[in-house]
Ligand binder design. Sequence first.
Ligand SMILES: Cc1ncc(COP(=O)(O)O)c(C=O)c1O
Length: 456
Amino acid sequence: MIRQAPKAENLIWDIILYMDMRVEKLHCFFIGILGGYLKIPNEGLATVRCTKVVRNVNLEKLRHNYLFPEIEARELEHLNKYPDANIIRLGIGDTTEPIPDIITSNMAEYARGLSTRKGYKGYGAEQGNKDLRKAIAESFYKDLGVKDAEVFVSDGAQCDISRLQLLLGSSVSVAVQDPNFPAYMDTSVIIGQAGDFLDDTLKYKNIEYMTCGPQNNFFPDLSTTSRTDIIFFCSPNNPTGHAASREQLTQLVDFARKNGSIIVYDSAYSVYITDDSPRSIYEIPGSRECAIEISSFSKIAGFTGVRLGWTVVPDELYYANKVPVINDFDRIVCTCFNGASRIVQAGGLACLSPDGFKAVMAVVDYYMENAKILVDTFTSLGLVVYGGVNAPYVWVHFPGSRSWDMFSEILKKTHIITVPGSGFGPGGEGFIRVAAFGRREHILEASARLTSVHLL
Ligand SMILES: Cc1ncc(COP(=O)(O)O)c(C=O)c1O
């Protein structure tokens, strides 16, 4: 229906007619009226076309713009003010180094083969290429009992988080770390697991927030954590950079088993671990009965734009009614996904060859050297810094300051983009996250700029 700019005499009738409309539809209506009264030309306001479809109420609940678009908007605003600013982006956490040639050559060769009678292939197995599933099980879960058939190859961890939410449905209760990677929280809201956002606590109702900060060594106090069906847990953690210790993860697994909960464990940064912290939840005894693990090639191999990840669902994981969870996940993958690109999976296989793995790990080491430079820089400013040892994220504390203020202060004084910690949940207030992805010269330049200014 096209809303026309109404004539004045029809206004009352129009109001009566549209009285029962929902807010959004009224919004369309009033925009139409406004256009008419202000004589705004038809293109634009007066011709807003509304359908009769009511917006998903769960999306209505989503409180903020997704964090990163908001940061982009602030960057644009900054550039409008300082058009010559040479911005250094240490915010969004996207990889910057080229993918090693050994990997792209494999993908190119596979792609070329698709143009030949012999090499052409159509749909693949929805769960992923058999060789790749085997290579993932052997490379990341050696001696941990993970079978090839329990590995589901995907187009990335974020997509798998959404597919897991589809699997779990709207009636499960959920716990998240606070601060947390926003995809867990936002997908919980979208699928209908969360209640309204509460302005006084800055939290959604019906979600258990597990505070993780320096005061508890970035691990929740489980003695005060309510039981939930699902526990999202990310280690090494984005944003704090903390890798949970074996003792902490043992506590988590014991807690989940005692409560009959399922842990959704995100190990997207496991290859960044430099100490003896577990790289997988399956290093913890008992976890096969209570944990799903999601992971990704994004930060292992610079595949953020190439798209490849995986999820492990162990055979021993059951619902309350004794149905194996893996059966349902298989169904979701077959119905809602149809498998990762064959070309990309060829790239994944190359990453896990001995030479390929050496090449991608050289890039990981490069980022971790960046992290060290950033940790040293902020430490030299007298700040307390976490992370940067087992993850490419540096978590800088500004006690008594607000995260968005520090984000703005740093941007204004140094033209460096960071991420305000509060964007990851109320537990991140007072922190900023600095990503160690970036070219070395930019990291060194950022370091020089930071040490030459006085931050609040
Ligand atoms: C903790 C965590 N999980 C998942 C993802 C998304 O990974 P992918 O690129 O595989 O979707 C990210 C990306 O930054 C992340 O930080």
